[in-house]
Design a protein around this ligand. Sequence first.
Ligand SMILES: Nc1ncnc2c1ncn2[C@@H]1O[C@H](COP(=O)(O)OP(=O)(O)O)[C@@H](O)[C@H]1O
Ligand SMILES: O=C(O)c1ccc[n+]([C@@H]2O[C@H](COP(=O)([O-])O)[C@@H](O)[C@H]2O)c1
Length: 201
Amino acid sequence: MKLIIGIGGVTNGGKTTLTNKLMQALPNCCVIHQDDFFKKPDRIEVGEDGFRQWDVITSLDMEAMVNTIKGWQENPVKFARSHGVSVTPKAEEQEPDNAIHILIVEGFLLHNYQHILDVYDQRYYIAIPKEECKRRRSTRTYTVPDPPGLFEGHVWPMYLKHRKEMENNCNGIEYLDGLKSKEEIYNQVYESIHNNLLNRL
Ligand SMILES: Nc1ncnc2c1ncn2[C@@H]1O[C@H](COP(=O)(O)OP(=O)(O)O)[C@@H](O)[C@H]1O
Ligand SMILES: O=C(O)c1ccc[n+]([C@@H]2O[C@H](COP(=O)([O-])O)[C@@H](O)[C@H]2O)c1
């Protein structure tokens, strides 16, 4: 059985933290990070506001991300091996449909890409308020560091726009309060994945 879990959410909401904890607990679990598909800085458009437009779907090579998901769907054991993920001996021996294989896809614009909304068996979205988001982001350094004013001028307005779009276009999302402790969020999601797996077995 193959299960694909989509963890979307605001920048610095806690997607990676949650994903890492789930990966340690779930069997045969691979991950795809949307951040790994950012285009090179010289291919990111500069807006009228003077900022490089990082926080839009066109800044990402979504075709490559979809192909990576397809690679996992075609052969999760091979995908796991080539990504350094250990697979249980039982899953190695059996056909992929007779063992549990899980893929977590995480990213800030996951539920805004219409072409693959159906690919996810379960969808989550983590949100935190603006001030906490700004505080957490100020402690973080990306491969391309934020220029002054990017958060107020680009990141947060784009978040509000995309969130509205997502709420209008995407159903079946379980919303997570990113202000809860890391442990509480993890427990909530682990339990919900566990229940989903039980229902499918
Ligand atoms: N539930 C939480 N409570 C407090 N801080 C958190 C929580 N989850 C994550 N963080 C912190 O917030 C920052 C961003 O977390 P991260 O998981 O990298 O976010 P994202 O992947 O959504 O950008 C990190 O410093 C992380 O330790
Ligand atoms: O990872 C990169 O190369 C990168 C380069 C420039 C910007 N980013 C920022 O990465 C943010 C999304 O990632 P995350 O982990 O904060 O959800 C988004 O808000 C972008 O502004 C990321």
